[in-house]
Design a protein. Structure first.
Length: 253
């Protein structure tokens, strides 16, 4: 078998084995190896390392895409000095992602514009880069999805997927109230994860006002009890970061 035939076979095998870097760059890597006088061990090591790096990079991109973030926000982009004091104190702890390993929840509670969603998305993207499976959703969207799944008799399938996420970010609790069915479904499916898998919830309401959303004091108390057990509760009340940005923008016009 001559070199051309060998290269064609390598290209074929690489595609069949789903090795995209090898399939695309094998000839270039071979030329470089010959130029550098690399041993076969060194050549193989460098080729597999680049294949590994590409697969890892693609895995991160896929996890971020599948998480369905509304936009990309990174922990590193947070202006620490503008965060509420409680968030400043806990950010380093959260950034380690130990809370995911331990199946702990984070509840970010406070007035609008103080960085709740930015922090939640930033932690979610960091979790994706570390290999965790993440889902971002708003609470109203989650409730609608649960209702649709029940009416279409696909709740069991939804439950199976829902439980497998290492981290679920449930944004915007408190902006819309629910009927009895929505409240019960939300309670049931958030409770499924309690103590086993992590959930980040952002809310503009203090716990004393959660019954305004769920309308049932007993269910509200039970949900708060389960979600807060061994969880981080962060006081996000402070000056609006978005309002500050708007003022700066207006000053520069």
């Amino acid at each position: 078998m001559n070199s051309k035939e060998i290269h064609e076979k390598i290209s074929l095998f690489s595609k069949e084995l789903k090795l995209p870097y090898t399939s695309k760059y094998f000839k270039d890597e071979l030329k470089e190896a010959n130029t550098k006088n690399l041993t076969f061990d060194e050549f193989l090591y460098e080729l597999l390392e680049k294949e590994y790096d590409l697969r890892k990079e693609n895995g991160i991109k896929n996890r971020i895409r599948n998480a369905k973030f509304p936009y990309k926000k990174y922990i590193e982009d947070l202006v620490i000095k503008d965060l509420p004091e409680d968030a400043k104190d806990k950010l380093k702890v959260f950034s380690s992602l130990e809370f995911i390993k331990d199946g702990q929840n984070i509840i970010l509670a406070g007035n609008p514009g103080t960085g709740k969603t930015h922090m939640a998305i930033g932690l979610g993207i960091k979790a994706c880069t570390e290999g965790y499976k993440v889902l971002f959703t708003t609470i109203p969207l989650l409730v609608n999805h649960l209702k649709e799944s029940r009416s279409e008799k696909t709740l069991r399938s939804f439950e199976s997927r829902f439980e497998k996420y290492d981290l679920i970010i449930a944004d915007e609790l408190g902006y819309i109230s629910f009927d009895k069915e929505g409240s019960e479904l939300l309670f049931t499916y958030l409770s499924l994860r309690a103590g086993r898998k992590s959930t980040i919830i952002t809310t503009n309401l203090s716990f004393e006002r959660w019954d305004e959303i769920f309308k049932d004091p007993v269910m509200t108390a039970a949900m708060i009890d389960r979600l807060t057990h061994k969880s981080y509760i962060v006081n996000m009340n402070g000056n609006s970061y978005r309002l500050k940005e708007t003022k700066l923008w207006l000053e520069n016009q």
